[in-house]
Design a protein around this ligand. Sequence first.
Ligand code: HEM
Length: 160
Amino acid sequence: MTFQLLLACHVLAGITATLAGAAAMLVRKRRGRHTWPGTVYLAALLVIVVTASGMGALHWPRVNHLLILAGIALAGATLGYAARRVAWRGWLPYHITGMGISYIAMLTAFYVDSGPNLPLWRLLPPIAFWFLPAAVGLPILVHALIRHRPGRRTPAPPRS
Ligand code: HEM
């Protein structure tokens, strides 16, 4: 019963974070347009991590690898958020890298756990679920870093 309740909140937060993260990446990087889905992503990721920890405790130690990915996703998002809020000198690469790593780690956890149950995806070898999100996400991350590299005009951090 407790597990089912945690799982329901977890799946809802997972769908929300996936959509909000994609929206934050795709929209023009303006205050509101970008910061609103970005904040929703952070809130949903927190719910994912809390519910995953609860489910992890109930199924200890079977899903410890997912909790490590939860830690990476949370650490990346915290770095990305702090870089933008504190407005470090040259904050943008830290923001892009932190948020990108966070999103990749979150999707990796999802595919590692649920990939073997998804139609078509289940035909892939289990090891593929560990690498596919990074194989797609890392080139996009590198492209974003090159596009916004120091020396090109770096936007001031948007005020909230
Ligand atoms: C940091 C990211 C994530 C972590 C650490 C995580 C962790 C977990 C954990 C610990 C479980 C319970 C597994 C078990 O005890 O058997 C679980 C189940 C599940 N998660 Fe996630 N998850 C993450 C992201 C997501 C996302 C983005 C979704 C998208 C909707 C999602 C959907 C699900 C589903 C459907 C299940 C049930 C799978 C099953 O019963 O086989 N998760 N997750």
